[in-house]
Design a protein around this ligand. Structure first.
Ligand SMILES: Nc1ncnc2c1ncn2[C@@H]1O[C@H](COP(=O)(O)OP(=O)(O)OP(=O)(O)O)[C@@H](O)[C@H]1O
Length: 233
């Protein structure tokens, strides 16, 4: 599902941040990725999601060469195939909670169809996902996203990422604002949704207690030789 070859990335004018000779993640695999703050985890997720472009190398998602196409095509590909839970949630403040969850339907025909197939209608699927992340739709569906607490907004962002069952879910610290109980339910939901659609999950977190719930752990330092080059220099 994910194949990186000889990828190099640095922020403009800076030292190389990422140098990844090879990374492969299978379809349906659930990966826990960790590393110290500032080591480049979010940057790597940006490359996987086509938000960022490497200066060198190849980023291939489900056979599609993301790194070889222009930004508009990468954006289109992301909308169709990737559910992204950003660290800062990125909810649309003037839309209701329900419209935020169903937002992928506006940009992706495939996700719109799949969501309707699962629950009968787009809003029924958005309500199902809200309930699944522990937000009662009869209470929260019509509220504005910004009227929710940080933890509640994080769960809305997760429901949106799962909407229409994309093939790849990328989650950047998705449990940082959740209490222990909600965190457990959240991981269970992510796993069951991924299994239902054979989706691949890349989950970045500092919370080591979650590691055992994933198929594989990756320490960024083990795949990133830029960090070793910098230490050696
Ligand atoms: N938009 C940007 N422009 C320039 N430099 C950036 C930008 N975003 C991140 N960086 C730099 O890239 C490095 C890695 O940042 P990144 O956010 O990828 O790390 P991280 O491992 O996800 O950290 P954390 O665990 O704290 O979220 C940092 O030195 C950061 O300052």
């Amino acid at each position: 599902m994910i194949e990186l070859n000889d990828v190099r990335f640095s922020w403009s004018g800076g030292e190389p941040l990422l140098a990844i000779a090879s990374l492969q993640v299978a379809r349906g695999e659930r990966v826990f990725m960790h590393g110290p703050s500032g080591s480049g985890k979010s940057t790597l997720l940006g490359l996987l999601g086509g938000v960022l472009e490497p200066q060198r190398g190849s980023v291939r998602i489900d056979g599609f060469e993301l790194s070889a196409v222009k930004r508009s095509l990468r954006d289109r590909f992301r909308a169709e195939h990737i559910g992204f839970i950003f660290q800062m949630f990125n909810l649309i403040p003037y839309l209701s909670v329900l419209d935020n969850v169903a937002l992928p339907a506006r940009f992706s025909e495939q996700r719109r169809k799949r969501a309707a197939d699962i629950s009968g209608s787009l809003y029924d699927e958005a309500r199902r996902l809200l309930a699944a992340v522990g937000l009662d739709p009869t209470v929260y569906a019509d509220r504005q996203a910004t009227q929710l607490s940080q933890g509640q907004q994080q769960r809305v962002a997760a429901a949106r990422a799962l909407f229409g069952r994309p093939q790849l879910i990328i989650a950047d610290e998705p449990t940082s604002s959740l209490d222990a109980d909600t965190r457990e339910r959240f991981i269970t939901l992510l796993s069951s949704e991924c299994r239902a659609s054979e989706a691949t999950l890349i989950f970045v977190s500092h919370d080591a207690s979650l590691r055992s719930q994933f198929d594989r752990q990756i320490a960024l330092a083990d795949i990133n030789s830029a960090a070793r080059l910098e230490t050696a220099a």
